[in-house]
Design a protein around this ligand. Structure first.
Ligand SMILES: Nc1ncnc2c1ncn2[C@@H]1O[C@H](COP(=O)(O)OP(=O)(O)OP(=O)(O)O)[C@@H](O)[C@H]1O
Ligand SMILES: [Mg+2]
Length: 359
């Protein structure tokens, strides 16, 4: 899969930008605050409808403008497609081939991009929300019913939590427990099946990026005991849930983790090792996507040179160039590995939200 054209309007400091992208490595260089990350972020929005940076979605809209627009022409094995995404004060609007998309989810299915950026280490050092969101993006791309199941689960959880807070009767809770358990079990099964495959890809990637840490163990926790059904778990904790006013067990508590023989706890990792571990997580997800779909997602590497040492930059660039993925890299200066290599690179210079193609 690759972006042929990316158009950004009123996104952060970019008023209007129209990029023609090359198949392999596309490198965006420029000074701090120029708009390099915003370009990668614009493309990422088309596959996540959410930035990899924190903050409300409306802060993506250029100050003084009413809405931002992102548009891309995409080439895929299944044929070309054009997608568009806008955001204004009322929310999102998505288009597929100039028609309004039936839902945001329909548009998100059309394009896939993963991203490694300075905040990605939160996959290792951050809370479980981050890891669930990350996992769910992968599940979404392999399970056609994921969106509907996740929505049904969220609705049931919201209802049950409201009933718990209101102190409603057991009879009221019973019916929502059944609904919550049904959607929750399905969701957990989807996640577990995905994680089984993901774990293999992840272990392979970790062996490449962190061989010095020895054997890897990965673990997926579904959010309640493996020994009981979700319905039983909900019944068991009902009294406790009533007293705290929310549901303490279930897929909303799912998490996954990585441990190494030489670093059994995440606190044993150096900051750089944490980043490499996060990079392996992202690349493993891309690899799994490629294995199941027969084509690579677009891979964005934001601020590459400040995140990794030269040897690891070279390793990742070499690996990605040889697999044929389209890669979007941002950096303040041309990274040493790209200066030295004869990898064909399409170079763009970014300044004040506008851009020049240099090669
Ligand atoms: N909503 C907004 N409206 C206008 N400008 C914004 C908005 N949000 C962020 N900016 C500005 O957009 C610019 C581009 O930010 P971006 O993070 O893309 O830069 P960058 O080139 O990646 O810089 P760095 O090298 O520091 O990471 C910054 O100057 C930032 O202050
Ligand atoms: Mg940046």
């Amino acid at each position: 899969m690759r972006l042929i054209e990316l158009r950004l309007e009123n996104l952060r400091n970019i008023s209007s930008l129209d990029l023609q992208l090359a198949p392999g490595i596309n490198l965006f260089v420029g000074p701090n605050g120029a708009g390099k990350t915003s370009i990668l972020e614009g493309a990422y929005l088309l596959s996540h409808a959410q930035s990899f940076r924190s903050g409300p979605a409306n802060t993506l809209i250029r100050r003084g403008a009413d809405q931002f627009n992102v548009f891309a022409r995409i080439e895929r094995q299944s044929g070309p497609v054009q997608v568009g995404l806008s955001r204004d004060a009322n929310g999102w609007a998505a288009r597929i081939n100039s028609d309004d998309a039936a839902s945001l989810g329909h548009m998100l299915r059309e394009y896939a991009q993963v991203c490694f950026e300075p905040g990605t280490h939160a996959l290792i050092s951050g809370g479980s929300d981050e890891r669930r969101r990350f996992l769910d993006w992968g599940v979404f791309h392999v399970e056609p019913d994921f969106m509907a199941t996740a929505r049904a689960f969220r609705r049931a959880l919201h209802q049950r939590n409201a009933l718990l807070k209101q102190g409603q009767s057991d009879a009221e809770l019973d019916s929502w427990d059944i609904e919550l358990a049904h959607a929750g079990e399905t969701l957990a099964t989807m996640r577990r099946a995905y994680f089984q495959h993901y774990s293999r890809a992840l272990t392979a990637a970790l062996t490449i990026y962190l061989p010095e840490l020895g054997q890897t163990t990965t673990r997926y926790g579904q959010g309640w005991s493996e020994e009981t059904s979700l319905e039983e778990a909900l019944l068991e904790t009902r009294t406790l849930d009533r007293s705290r006013g929310y549901t303490g067990r279930g897929p909303q508590r799912a998490d996954w983790s990585i441990a190494f023989a030489q670093a059994p706890l995440r606190e044993h990792l150096s900051r750089g090792q944490e980043k490499l571990c996060a990079l392996a997580c992202v690349l493993a997800q891309a690899q799994l996507f490629a294995d199941s779909r027969g084509e690579w997602p677009v891979i964005a590497l934001d601020d590459l040179s400040s995140e990794l040492d030269d040897a690891h930059q070279r390793l990742v660039v070499d690996t990605l160039s040889s697999c044929g993925a389209q890669v979007l890299i941002s950096a303040i200066e041309i990274p040493a590995c790209l200066r030295a290599m004869d990898t064909p690179t399409c170079l763009f210079h970014v300044e004040h939200g506008s851009m020049r193609s240099l090669l």
